[in-house]
Design a protein around this ligand. Structure first.
Ligand code: MLT
Length: 239
């Protein structure tokens, strides 16, 4: 099994992931939010590319059966129910409901990977569980870092490195890029919060007033849920 990586959502095109297991990562914060929502009883997350697409899709849902969530510029979108802080997605808010979600980078990365053989969603919260699920298929794996505003982001590479480390321990071969992510991870393997504070997007979230989100998103391996995208919807994979 070969493991490779791409560094931004915009670098993903059909051939990048065709026939492969894709693992989409946006630690700050889209995939941490999706992971948390599903762990707290969300019935499914529908990634959409714009607020307008979100409202259109919402019209096909029964009132009360869904929430609109996401961000632009890191902040809640006008007319939406929730923002993109994973801590907003409590069981009281999201259990038994669908989530229609749009974010700047993370939901775009998921949608760009639709042609993959299997598409998993990972954050630091659930990376060990996702790595195990990805390895089970015996296929090549593409670690898809969403990046921030179209450029490399340290926290996504760190999470990709955590997944790569697990896959390498199972005998997988890492490309130079996957190996670079693993080396970033190994430098801070016991200090994920320090790494999030070093990252540009971490600093941006601190300036927007979300220090608790960094602390939460750094809780590596705290959730077992394995989110998988099929037919337009991310849901928890049956174990
Ligand atoms: C994104 O998808 O761009 C991020 O999740 C932005 C954010 O931190 O809210």
């Amino acid at each position: 099994m070969n493991v490779d990586a791409v560094l931004t959502a915009r670098d993903v095109h059909g051939p990048t992931v065709d026939g492969k297991v894709a693992v989409v990562i946006d630690v700050l914060r889209a995939t941490s939010t999706i992971t948390t929502a599903l762990a707290n009883g969300c019935t499914g997350v529908f990634p959409v590319l714009s607020p307008e697409e979100g409202h259109e899709l919402a019209a096909s849902f029964r009132p009360g059966s869904y929430l609109l969530g996401g961000e632009r510029g890191g902040l809640k979108i006008e007319g939406f129910d929730l923002g993109n802080s994973p801590r907003e997605y409590t069981p009281e808010q999201i259990s038994g409901r669908a989530l229609i979600m749009t974010t700047t980078n993370g939901t775009l990365a998921i949608r760009n990977c639709h042609s993959s053989y299997r598409l998993y969603v990972s954050s630091l919260l659930n990376a060990p569980s996702v790595a195990k699920a990805a390895a089970r298929h015996g296929r090549d794996v593409m670690l898809v870092c969403s990046g921030t505003h179209g450029v490399f982001s340290l926290e996504d590479a760190y999470c990709a490195g955590m997944v790569a480390q697990e896959l390498r321990a199972g005998g997988a071969h890492l490309s130079d890029l996957a190996e670079a992510c693993r080396i970033i991870f190994s430098g801070y393997s016991t200090a994920p919060l320090d790494l999030l504070h070093l990252a540009e997007h971490g600093k941006e979230l601190l300036s927007l007033g979300f220090p608790d989100d960094l602390e939460y998103c750094a809780r590596a391996g705290s959730l077992n849920v394995v989110p998988v995208f099929t037919e337009g919807r991310v849901a928890a994979e049956a174990s």
